[in-house]
Design a protein around this ligand. Structure first.
Ligand code: 5GP
Length: 338
């Protein structure tokens, strides 16, 4: 056994220090970015925020709404392929999600979606530290050399490097910070998210790879902190949950009738999700997700305005005219440092 004594930080442990700036207005800040993907060899342009691949968030309606703002969606993996083919979703802003699946399934789905111009794959497992996952990334990369591959989750630089070397363009970073996550409580495993972002971004950028900070953002200031820490993309679950675009027509009718209605947001490893998609919780495992009730928030465009307004303002506070410059200009102060 070994103890690491260096202090690791979460979003709540820090603030971004304000700096003198020449910027006149937050309206001058450009929150779009263009990235070149190291393996796929293509470029992605947009506002680098991604709706999480959870069935209460990464819906086709959410994808359509977010694409209007050049924001990305990782569609949840439980859609029948025919539904995705018919859906009016933008290839430019959509990722298709898989777990460790049969390669033939990945090939089949990606071929079927060629006419929708979807070229982005999200390979999502709770624990990205297994050899089997590395092998799977390697295989998917071999079969899809020109597609964008985002893979995770991990929380440390060694594994960030391993996933990029196996063929991932973007590594999803976050073990345990999610608002519907029970991993830390059920297993004792995790890593403070702000430090994970700082350390994994450094590792990824050294290999020309990118990271997506996944989990733990509860408010727009946390999104700003994630970008300031070096995240190229930020994935949001809870902040995008509870909107019109996440709900079925029946759920929508219910919350609208019941003023101030609550909506269920649950982890993809929760009992609710496992009952729905895997025929219950298998005897060898425990649920590592919880059910959270969130208030119905109306259409997602109001939340987008809050998030992007907060982000532009944060950039103004440190004199960054572009999101691209934000991390270089940002300094964190630790709150109540001993
Ligand atoms: P949030 O933005 O709500 O804080 O976090 C969203 C992220 O939580 C997701 O993108 C995913 O990585 C993670 N997550 C979703 N469901 C579960 C779950 O059931 N268990 C765990 N450990 N993490 C989850």
């Amino acid at each position: 056994m070994r103890i690491e004594t260096e202090r690791k930080l979460d979003f709540d442990d820090v603030l971004i220090r304000p700096k003198r700036s020449r910027l006149k207005s937050r309206g001058d800040v450009d929150v779009r970015r263009t990235f070149r993907l190291p393996h796929a060899g293509v470029e992605i342009t947009g506002v680098p925020i991604i709706a999480a691949n959870m069935d209460t968030v990464g819906t086709v309606r959410m994808a359509a709404a977010l694409a209007e703002h050049d924001i990305f969606t990782a569609l949840h993996k439980h859609y029948p392929i025919e539904e995705l083919q018919k859906a009016n979703i933008s290839g430019a802003f959509s990722f298709v999600t898989f777990g460790i699946d049969d390669l033939k399934k990945v090939d089949g789905v990606m071929n079927a979606l060629q006419s929708n111009s979807i070229n982005k794959i999200c390979l999502d497992v709770a624990n990205g530290y297994t050899e089997a996952f590395i092998e799977f990334i390697r295989d998917v990369r071999k079969h899809h050399p020109g597609k964008v591959i985002m893979a995770g989750n991990v929380a440390t630089p060694d594994m960030t490097e391993a996933l990029i070397l196996a063929g991932a363009d973007i590594v999803k970073v976050g073990i345990g910070p999610g608002s519907a996550c029970m991993t830390r409580a059920m297993t004792g495993v995790g890593y403070p998210q702000l430090s994970a972002i700082i350390e994994c971004a450094d590792a990824a950028h050294g290999l020309s790879g990118l990271i997506c900070a996944d989990g733990g953002c509860k408010m727009p200031g946390d999104v700003a902190k994630a970008f300031a820490a070096g995240a190229d993309f930020v994935m949001l679950g809870g902040m995008f949950a509870g909107h019109t675009e996440c709900l079925t027509p029946e759920q929508l009718a219910h919350v609208k009738k019941d003023e101030g209605g609550l909506v269920e947001y649950y982890g993809m490893s929760s009992k609710v999700a496992m009952d729905r998609y895997s025929g219950g919780v298998a005897p060898h495992r425990a649920s590592e997700g919880r059910v959270v009730k969130v208030e119905y928030k109306g259409d997602v465009k109001g939340t987008i305005q809050d998030i992007l307004g907060g982000l532009r303002s944060a950039c103004t506070y440190v004199g960054a005219a572009k999101l691209k410059e934000f991390s270089k200009r940002a300094t964190f102060v630790i709150k109540n440092a001993a």
